[in-house]
Design a protein around this ligand. Structure first.
Ligand SMILES: C[S@@+](CC[C@H](N)C(=O)[O-])C[C@H]1O[C@@H](n2cnc3c(N)ncnc32)[C@H](O)[C@@H]1O
Length: 275
């Protein structure tokens, strides 16, 4: 049984999420509470608040506070070619299908600071599809989107990115795609020349284009079942017939209300195809 303290903590947390919803365009009410709570406990400590109610007070009375809270509400962890076997499967199994289309649209939903976008842009360049593709890179975190547009990463992350790229079947050295200076790697701006960056929420926004591949990895793990269904419904509506959806290694469509709209394309890599 939950203790009284936990119950009132959870109630205060719900009210905090209501306040954020009322005072901003962000709606975290249907995110998975356990992980949100862990991160908001960190925020509570960081902002010297004794309770979630005190955080709520600041949300209600300080218009600039939500921006400070946002890094605790969203998780930005990412890597270039994260889970290399996923990108290898795209390269060897999905790309041959995409090659048959004269023009392509790819949606990177929840793109964080752009690591997944650059991975796909490099993959598409290496496979000769870059010039016929438009990429949409979307996220709710505007700071992350700015970083994605800049394409600059700390140099000490590049060893891992390089190793991931190699394991993903990279056809050239990753260093061909960036210039290093002053402790940073700046990715070739041509890689994002065909990308539309946009502030778009899977919680509240609608479909904006017909797409052939959607990569939305490690985003829906933070959602509850209803919200996952909403997002998967958007992907279903956006994808062209026989379009592909890639999700994270710990995610599944199996229990979704839209499960029958997709078939397993590569079960292990969590790549689905719209029926
Ligand atoms: C852990 S990152 C995933 C980055 C990348 N897709 C990957 O797998 O490495 C999760 C991203 O989802 C974004 N996000 C959270 N809620 C969202 C929503 N409702 N709509 C769109 N993006 C969202 C966060 O801002 C964050 O950038």
């Amino acid at each position: 049984m939950r203790s009284e303290a936990t119950q009132s903590d959870d109630l205060e947390l719900r009210l905090l999420l209501e306040a954020i919803h009322e005072k901003s365009r962000y709606d975290f009410r249907d995110y998975s509470h356990a992980s949100l709570k862990r991160r908001l406990v960190q925020a509570r400590d960081r902002f010297n608040c004794a309770s979630f109610s005190q955080l709520q007070h600041r949300v209600l009375h300080d218009p600039s506070f939500i921006a400070e809270l946002l890094p605790y509400l969203t998780v930005q962890v990412s890597e270039l070619f994260r889970d290399p076997s996923y990108f290898m499967a795209l390269r060897t199994q999905v790309i041959p299908h995409l090659r048959t289309y004269p023009s392509l649209k790819v949606w990177v939903a929840g793109c964080s600071a752009g690591e997944e976008l650059y991975s796909l842009a490099i993959l598409f360049r290496e496979e000769g599809l870059e010039s016929r593709t438009i990429f949409y890179a979307t996220d709710i975190n505007v700071d992350a989107l700015k970083k994605a547009e800049a394409g600059v990463y700390e140099l000490d992350r590049l060893a891992l990115f390089t190793e991931n790229h190699r394991k993903a079947g990279g056809k050239a050295s990753l260093s061909n795609y960036y210039t290093a200076a002053y402790g940073h790697a700046k990715f070739d701006k041509d890689l994002r020349a065909r990308t539309v960056f946009s502030d778009h929420s899977l919680v509240s926004d609608a479909v904006f284009a017909e797409t052939h591949l959607i990569s939305c990895r490690n985003v829906m793990i933070y959602f509850n079942r209803e919200l996952q269904d909403r997002a998967i419904g958007l992907f279903k509506d956006s994808l062209a017939r026989r379009g592909f959806l890639g999700i994270g290694a710990k995610e599944s469509l199996r229990f979704s209300a839209h499960a029958t709209a997709f078939t397993d394309f590569d079960r292990e890599q969590r790549i689905y195809q719209k029926a």
